[in-house]
Design a protein around this ligand. Structure first.
Ligand SMILES: Cc1ncc(COP(=O)(O)O)c(C=O)c1O
Length: 390
């Protein structure tokens, strides 16, 4: 079966956060991380059958839904999971917040690398806990973002309780390798830190790189790890609010569930339906999506290199549909507003912990024609900045 990622679907007037932000303006939204593609046809069909039935009562994860999730994790990442380890959540960010609430006491702190997906920093703040951020280091010769181990060691305090990992990483789009993850596990165990591993992008790896779930590293670390996953990014279902925490240790799991009791909503019935159909039937669609995203990534990188002086993607985009673009050379005070003014809506690097005016994040999960039009507009925008200042 072939899948159509090329047709531009009009999302205006469909209650899309991504498009509503610029309602009434000619701005192409390439910001928040959802894609402008229809979900896999099998998912749409399963939801349609549910809609035709017309009853939307409380639901629960069926054995067949659990089986579909476990089979996909095993087939793709070699991870054998006991169904008892699963805790269903109405969103992955909920999982970040519950983890902080359950395991970090007031006065204690969360540690994470930056740049990073903003809720890694806002979750501790929401729960009244503090966060210590350590910048990732860019090895410009190797064109690779690295964990700065020395800086990480010196950032740990007696009150540090938890490390938030994003793998594959949003926004730098790296897939951390086994050695780095093993070193991180050793670091967490030595400092008695719980490891919370957000692996929401694990099925969106564009290069031939294995995703190593932190929970498969062996030894002690699985008993100190909470892994968060979801079908939402891969199959473009984020509005259906269906995510999972995988917690092998029963005591951690009990504490996690206790911290969410009464305040975290159950997953909705349509979310379960979509989740099962996606994991059970969505593999051909996912493979086609990855091929399309690879094409978009290469198109984007080529364009940045040849047509957008002053913009740099400093390291390969190994995973996700997000590009982290250094725009410091343009010397813009407010780059988001500047590019919006030229018809493209991007994410501000500052929200990810970058310096003001230094980075933008671009979402290339859209038809090639939309990306091409955005790049034409960005070229015009760059030309209007004037001579380069780097
Ligand atoms: C790393 C990461 N975690 C979590 C989320 C969002 O998860 P949810 O919508 O399930 O809260 C995103 C969305 O972009 C993400 O990139």
């Amino acid at each position: 079966m072939t899948y159509d990622f090329d047709t531009v679907i009009d999302r205006r007037g469909t209650n899309s956060q991504k498009w509503l932000k610029y309602a009434g303006r000619d701005v192409l939204p390439l910001w928040v991380a959802d894609m402008d593609f229809r979900a896999p046809p099998e998912v749409v069909a399963a939801l349609q059958a549910h809609l035709d039935h017309g009853v939307f009562g409380y639901a629960q994860p069926l054995p067949s839904t659990i089986e579909a999730v476990l089979a996909a994790l095993h087939a793709r990442h070699g991870w054998k999971i006991d169904p008892a380890w699963l805790v269903w959540l109405p969103g992955l960010v909920v999982g970040l917040n519950v983890t902080v609430r359950a395991f970090v006491q007031p006065g204690e702190a969360v540690l994470c690398n930056t740049p990073v997906y903003p809720p890694f920093m806002t979750a501790p703040a929401h729960q009244g806990r503090s966060v210590t951020t350590v910048p990732l280091a860019l090895d410009t010769a190797a064109r690779r973002w690295e964990i700065d181990w020395e800086a990480l060691e010196s950032a740990v305090r007696p009150q540090t309780r938890l490390f938030f990992l994003c793998n594959p990483h949003n926004p730098i789009a790296r897939v951390f390798c086994r050695d780095e993850l093993a070193r991180l596990a050793e670091f967490c165990l030595r400092h008695h830190l719980l490891l919370c591993s957000d692996e929401i992008h694990c099925d969106l790896i564009l290069d031939q790189l294995p995703h190593v779930p932190t929970g498969t590293l062996g030894g002690e670390i699985a008993r100190h790890t909470i892994t968060l996953i979801a079908p939402s990014k891969t199959y473009n279902l984020p509005g259906l609010g269906t995510s999972l925490a995988i917690i092998p240790d029963p005591e951690l799991r009990t504490r996690f569930v206790r911290a969410s009791n009464g305040i975290v909503a159950e997953v909705n019935c349509l979310g379960y339906t979509a989740c099962e159909a996606a994991y059970r039937h969505g593999e051909p669609w996912r493979e086609a999506l990855l091929a399309y995203l690879r094409g978009n990534r290469d198109f984007l990188l080529d364009h940045v290199e040849r047509e957008l002086p002053g913009l740099r993607v400093e390291a390969p985009i190994e995973a996700t549909y997000l590009a982290w673009i250094n725009i410091a050379a343009l010397g813009l005070k407010d780059p988001v507003v500047y590019f919006e003014h030229h018809g493209v809506g991007l994410s501000d690097g500052r929200h990810f912990g970058a310096n003001s005016g230094a980075y933008l994040r671009l979402n290339f999960g859209c038809p090639r024609a939309t990306l091409a039009e955005a790049l034409v507009r960005m070229k015009r925008a760059v030309a209007a900045v004037g001579p380069r200042r780097d």
